[in-house]
Design a protein around this ligand. Structure first.
Ligand code: SIN
Length: 516
């Protein structure tokens, strides 16, 4: 495996920072806002604030905010959804620190939805035994939260934003992480720091259909892996049961939030049968991996390309107000909720695994931290409980920032140049090669590493991905698109490798031919 994607062997000028954060979703922004304001921090994002999984999050944030709820109930629901693979210590931290982080967001003026009497509106999603999810803008929690956090962050003198700046690699030396190499336009730049937080989100775009934005290919996970970070639970890929079907070629599918089922939506087959009844005690609100498999089984049984979400238990007025984003998207596609059902099917949504961290976001590399979807804290086990993901960004983002505040490793020195040294690669491949490679990766991952897998299929995937890797391994890479495709391949191989190593079905990793 190559250590660096770039081919550079020269002295480069450095830009010094106390902390560098890669990613501007909720995990990155919330961490940045909790750093000591005396620390100079670069926030690097390969696109802009509105290009993240966080921004697209609809459902809300799970936290114990109502008198009927308790920590132990939230802990139990999380561990049960996680099919026994959660780390109980990390789950306890997640749940018990949840409410205070919601209160912090309220103090930061994140516009949570409230009832007429001013109390928080609290909804329900799959796997939750009670109402536990606070939300904003009806179904626009991610967008509203990201916008508000970014507004505050951009006013801070110590936070320096680098937009459209691509993380190429993490730089390390004998003392751990020492900076990042990024590409901005045509230029490579070194941001020097001994404290780097990866908050780059997941890798949905390694599949043909996902709810994640185009940039979601696991760049941060791949860079951390090349630098020597331990990855864990990479085989645990979550598929969301209800995305709006699309006849186009778009790889990002529009999500129909689980909160729609939380408010009374029912999944039905083409004969109108409510097929989740009797499949699980929570029926339509069973954990996501279970509903996804039931939807796929129903599609196979009936020969249909999708199932339907029946929202007739809600009035149009209620639906429009509660789910304005979904309502408008359906209307724009000619689906009128007064008379139609919503055609839905599963698509990739989340990765439970990632860069292994402790409860302060620390990885095995000194000075390298990871928070949010890119991290594997152990809270999700084999299947994430709905709306625990934004909560994770808050709880572990704040913990990570606080840890760094108390343990900052000095980054600056007199010498304003450093030697950046990698192997020099000469093999040039044309753009058509990379786009064909990208399509092939997605096709392999979708065929063999989806919600229903077989050991034989995974071995086929591994052989095919290995063959692709041989073609690109010694290529001269210099453009963000080329780096991106390499990262997609590297992350896909780790997902498949981990899936092969796990020989029994558990949670989202479901094998039709598990070892007996
Ligand atoms: C949803 O709104 O259904 C997604 C929320 C989540 O992924 O937790």
């Amino acid at each position: 495996m190559r250590r660096y994607l770039f081919s550079i062997n020269e002295e480069m000028s450095v830009y010094d920072f106390d902390v560098v954060i890669i990613g501007s979703g909720i995990a990155g922004l919330y961490s940045a806002l909790h750093l000591d304001s005396a620390l100079q921090c670069a926030v690097v994002t390969k696109a802009n604030i509105d290009e993240s999984n966080s921004y697209l999050a609809q459902g809300g944030i799970a936290a114990v905010m109502s008198p009927e709820d308790t920590y132990i109930m939230h802990i139990n629901d999380t561990i049960k959804a996680g099919a026994g693979l959660c780390d109980p210590e990390a789950v306890k931290v997640l749940v018990e620190e949840g409410p205070e982080n919601i209160r912090t967001l309220i103090d930061m003026k994140v516009p949570f939805d409230v009832n007429a009497d001013g109390d928080l509106q609290i909804t329900r999603e799959g796997g939750h035994r009670t109402r536990r999810i606070v939300h904003c803008g009806g179904d626009a929690t991610g967008r509203e939260t990201t916008i508000q956090l970014s507004k505050i962050a951009m006013q801070k003198d110590n936070l320096h934003f680098f937009f459209e700046t691509f993380l190429v690699d993490l730089l390390t030396d004998d003392n751990g992480v020492c900076g990042v190499l990024v590409k901005v336009g045509d230029d490579f730049k070194v941001l020097r720091s001994r404290n780097v937080i990866i908050a780059t989100g997941g890798c949905g775009q390694i599949y043909q259909y996902t709810t994640s934005p185009l940039g979601s290919v696991g760049d941060g996970i791949a860079a951390a892996y090349r630098a020597g970070a331990v990855l864990q639970d990479m085989e645990m890929i979550q598929f969301h049961p209800t995305t709006l079907i699309s006849d186009g070629k778009a790889s990002r599918l529009f999500l129909i939030s689980e909160a729609v089922r939380g408010e009374g939506g029912i999944l039905r087959n083409s004969r109108g049968e409510a097929f989740m009844q009797g499949k699980h005690e929570l029926a339509d609100l069973a954990p996501r991996d279970i509903v996804t498999r039931c939807v796929l089984a129903e599609m196979e049984r009936t020969g249909d390309q999708n199932v339907w979400l029946d929202v007739s238990s809600m009035t149009t007025e209620f639906f429009k107000e509660r789910f304005p984003t979904i309502f408008n998207e359906c209307e724009s596609r000619g689906i009128h909720l007064t008379k139609d059902r919503i055609p839905v099917r599963p698509a990739q949504h989340y990765i439970m695994g990632g860069v292994k961290t402790d409860i302060d976001g620390r990885t095995n590399i000194k000075g390298l931290y990871c928070v949010g979807e890119a991290a594997r804290t152990g809270i999700h086990g084999a299947n994430r409980l709905a709306s625990n993901s934004l909560l994770e960004c808050l709880v572990f983002g704040r913990r990570c920032a606080r840890y760094i505040n108390g343990n900052i490793v000095p980054s600056y020195n007199e010498n304003k140049k450093i030697k950046v040294e990698s192997k020099i690669y000469h093999k040039k491949l044309d753009i058509g090669f990379y786009s064909a490679l990208e399509a092939k990766i997605k096709q392999i991952m979708t065929a063999y590493a989806g919600p229903i897998r077989s050991r034989e299929g995974l071995r086929t995937a591994q052989a095919e991905l290995d063959a692709l890797a041989e073609q690109i391994e010694d290529a001269h890479l210099s453009l963000p698109y080329e780096f991106k495709v390499y990262n997609m391949l590297q992350v896909s191989r780790k997902v498949v490798e981990a899936a092969i190593a796990r020989k029994k079905s558990v949670g989202a990793h479901y094998l039709t031919d598990e070892e007996q």
